[in-house]
Design a protein around this ligand. Structure first.
Ligand SMILES: CC(C)(COP(=O)(O)OP(=O)(O)OC[C@H]1O[C@@H](n2cnc3c(N)ncnc32)[C@H](O)[C@@H]1OP(=O)(O)O)[C@@H](O)C(=O)NCCC(=O)NCCS
Length: 181
């Protein structure tokens, strides 16, 4: 059995989580987002952004999964972000904002451990997340945990690019007993 430790992300983790995030984009979104966008992602920028967001107050939870001393993945979740003002929250609905696993750890179960932890931690009956429509691997992964396309659609535009990728929302509704003893 492989031991995974799941714990809050710290400022000292941000270089490693940013590198993992960029690599997971480059491998996972190849063919879904322009190669030029993927090849120009800047780990140092992303690390600086992570440190900034980690230091802000707010209802978001940011967890990392550590295996053998290495950060294998991370998940960010909390109440649903406002569609217009992303700093306003709807406490009635939970949202997984991001889940990324280092490609070396794909297929090892880390992703499931992170997603289960997020789903168990969110008190809301309904949980949503946004995903690129072309992300077949993601879709099959989420389907195993009961998250399915709910019909809501948007477009995702990578920063600094005019490329638009179709984005779809997945959601799950749990029963009233969820989270209660
Ligand atoms: C999405 C992600 C977190 C899932 O973690 P993972 O370890 O790859 O997940 P698993 O391997 O447990 O499950 C992936 C599913 O895709 C299948 N799969 C494996 N390789 C695949 C491929 N090349 N293409 C499509 N599906 C594939 C797996 O078999 C599994 O489905 P199954 O159980 O029906 O067989 C991870 O791949 C990742 O970080 N991807 C890049 C970032 C991303 O897409 N994040 C989600 C954004 S919303």
């Amino acid at each position: 059995v492989t031991e995974t430790q799941i714990r809050p992300e710290t400022l000292a983790d941000c270089d490693e989580t940013a590198a993992l995030h960029v690599l997971a984009w480059q491998v996972g979104y190849r063919g879904m987002l322009p190669g030029e966008v993927l090849d120009n992602l800047d780990v140092r920028d992303w690390a600086a952004g992570r440190r900034e967001r980690l230091s802000l107050p707010g209802p978001q939870t940011r967890l990392v999964a550590v295996r053998g001393g290495v950060i294998a993945g991370f998940v960010q979740f909390g109440p649903k972000r406002g569609e217009v003002d992303r700093t306003q929250f709807d406490e009635q609905i939970g949202e997984i904002y991001a889940i990324y696993v280092h490609p070396e750890f794909w297929g090892t179960g880390v992703a499931g451990e992170l997603l289960r932890t997020a789903l168990e931690s969110l008190p809301q009956q309904e949980v949503q997340l946004w995903m690129l429509e072309a992300n077949e691997r993601g879709r099959r992964f989420y389907a195993r945990y009961g998250l399915h396309p709910d019909g809501a659609r948007d477009v995702f535009q990578p920063r600094g690019s005019d490329f638009e990728a179709p984005d779809i929302r997945l959601s799950i509704r749990r029963d009233e007993q969820h989270g209660q003893q």
